[in-house]
Write a protein that binds this ligand. Structure first.
Ligand SMILES: C[S@@+](CC[C@H](N)C(=O)[O-])C[C@H]1O[C@@H](n2cnc3c(N)ncnc32)[C@H](O)[C@@H]1O
Length: 542
């Protein structure tokens, strides 16, 4: 069932149509709620371990994916052996909705069909269907001519995919058939969003005419959250009656040039939001010192500049005309290159890959932790450490993210990305605290950071924020609540410690609250003390 709660679609001053509130919304309120988007297709990398209907996973990335609905097993469709389902129920619903038409097509291909091509096939199918929802596809933005004018490898690939979709549908190629297919391909490219888990791990591609009317701002008032196939658009800030609802299409912590280039390349507009109006002068683009005052060591980049400036991505990183500006731009480009380079398929992400640019940026003495691409690098570094089971290193990175980075990058405490980071940190603190005698726990204890208390403090914060970030009904919320309930019920490790000392539960609750109050300044001091955190960090890396 779809619920668009008191919103309307009308012409936007930004471009085309937009979504407008027809009542006042408070942060965390739901503006749109859908049981599933019109089109949702898994990435090929997820087909083996994920149900193609309800998107439950059998394989979860260590901790980062905790809280995602888990299926114990997914089985191939015996007809095509190209999609898997976790139950007969999912299989039969998928059969009725989409797979009846696709099974034979999938079966005839030696490999899985790319999900963009599947999305185009479903769009074309949708154009022939009779429901209002399907008709709404016709109103969607295409940027057909813009894509063609931009040309290049992207347009070549899009055309190839359009031809492939026609071939798979068994249609004879003719200009009459090809043009709508190209249009459908363009619609997919500029209207689809990433289908993700509630913890923002990528799953595939999603597209729905009811959500893709929402325009973009780098300082958004709303955010899209998934819960399996369910989608909710939630308010991040108060939204007034009559105000246009805006989400961010790109990483809004990215520098001005990077955001503008990504929006232009994929969506064909120049963003004029309040952040973009400030351009390079926006606080998030600032460095600690004027570019002319950076550390001499930064000149190591000089040898690389001649090569870097030849790269097509260079213009988006340019911060100015002087040689000092160029050096800093080249460093930004260099640090971004670590984010953009994918790992080999199936390879465990290597934490050192992200550590290197973090250290280089920090060594310039110019880079605030909150300045791109450090937030993304820290996040990737933490995820890579978790995958490599380097839990102590992940914990140091996540504490930094939690204390020093996220409050600035995601100013709302209920921002779903911030909430997910908090959850990952809480889960990790719980896991690491189970070995209180480890030298790592002892080093943290010496700084006054008790991981059991930290875990309880974070769970208590999540208990408050999750209803606004993911909604109380979500599977993520149920999992956080269950962990929070269990910890409060038993007091976890602390209860054992206190009962051994003969302290009753109501007293330990009070002691705990006191401990939590005392904990925060110590956690902040730990995160901010470069020498302290760096010392532990260094010791761990050796
Ligand atoms: C997903 S659609 C959004 C709905 C679209 N306005 C429509 O009429 O269907 C994305 C397109 O909307 C337009 N758009 C979105 N945000 C914009 C903004 N902040 N400024 C200008 N155009 C914007 C661009 O044309 C972009 O390619």
């Amino acid at each position: 069932m779809a619920v668009a709660i008191q919103t309307e679609v009308k012409s936007s001053p930004l471009g085309g149509r937009g979504l407008f509130a027809t009542k006042k919304y408070a942060p965390g309120d739901v503006l749109i709620s859908l049981d599933r988007p019109l089109i949702a297709v898994l990435d090929n990398a997820r087909i083996e371990d994920t149900c193609s209907w309800c998107f439950s996973w059998t394989e979860l990335p260590v901790l980062s994916g905790a809280g995602v609905s888990q299926a114990s097993k997914v089985n191939w469709c015996t007809g095509c052996k190209k999609v898997k389902y976790c139950s007969k129920r999912c299989q039969s619903q998928a059969w009725k909705a989409e797979h009846r038409r696709e099974c034979k097509i999938f079966a005839a291909q030696p490999e899985s069909i790319p999900n963009t091509v599947v999305a185009v096939m479903r769009m074309l199918d949708g154009l022939n269907a009779k429901s209002d929802l399907h008709k709404a596809i016709l109103d969607m933005q295409t940027h057909r001519d813009d894509f063609e004018k931009a040309g290049g490898k992207k347009w070549e690939a899009m055309q190839l995919m359009a031809h492939t979709a026609l071939k798979f549908l068994g249609e004879k190629e003719s200009a009459f058939k090809l043009e709508p297919t190209k249009m459908a391909m363009c619609m997919v490219m500029c209207n689809s969003s990433r289908l993700v888990t509630p913890t923002f791990d990528p799953l595939g591609l999603a597209l729905d005419p009811r959500t893709c009317v929402i325009n973009h701002s780098c300082s958004p008032s709303a955010v899209v959250v998934f819960d399996g196939p369910k989608i909710a658009v939630r308010a991040l800030k108060p939204i007034q009656n009559g105000e246009e609802v805006l989400i961010s299409y790109v990483d809004s912590s990215a520098p001005f040039g990077v955001r503008q280039a990504e929006l232009k390349d994929q969506y064909f507009f120049n963003c004029t939001c309040i952040k973009c109006k400030l351009g390079l002068k926006a606080p998030q683009d600032a460095f600690f010192k004027p570019n002319s005052e950076f550390d001499e060591r930064i000149k190591v980049i000089d040898d690389m500049i001649l090569e870097i400036v030849k790269d097509p991505a260079w213009p988006r990183h340019v911060l100015g005309e002087t040689m000092d500006d160029k050096r800093l731009s080249a460093l930004q480009f260099y640090a971004y290159s670590f984010l953009d380079s994918p790992d080999a398929e199936g390879a465990t992400p290597d934490p050192t890959k992200f550590r290197k640019p973090i250290v280089i940026c920090r060594n310039t003495g110019m880079w605030p932790l909150t300045r791109a691409p450090l937030p993304a690098l820290y996040q990737q570094y933490a995820v890579a450490c978790l995958s490599a089971r380097k839990y102590n290193e992940a914990l140091v990175a996540l504490i930094r993210l939690y204390v020093l980075i996220d409050p600035e990058v995601y100013p709302q405490p209920h921002h779903p990305v911030r909430v997910v980071h908090t959850w990952t940190l809480a889960s990790l603190a719980k896991a690491v605290s189970s070995d209180p005698d480890s030298s790592f726990c002892k080093a943290l204890q010496a700084c006054g950071v008790d991981l059991s208390v930290l875990c309880l403090a974070l769970l208590s914060e999540l208990h408050e924020q999750v209803p606004k970030s993911h909604g109380l009904e979500s599977r993520f919320a149920r999992m956080v609540e269950a962990t929070w309930g269990a910890m409060m019920e038993s007091g976890g490790e602390l209860d054992v410690q206190y009962s051994q000392r003969g302290v009753d539960r109501s007293r330990w609750q009070k002691i705990l609250n006191e401990q939590i109050r005392e904990l925060w300044p110590k956690v902040r001091a730990f995160a901010a003390d470069e020498s302290l955190a760096a010392e532990i960090d260094q010791a761990l890396a050796e």
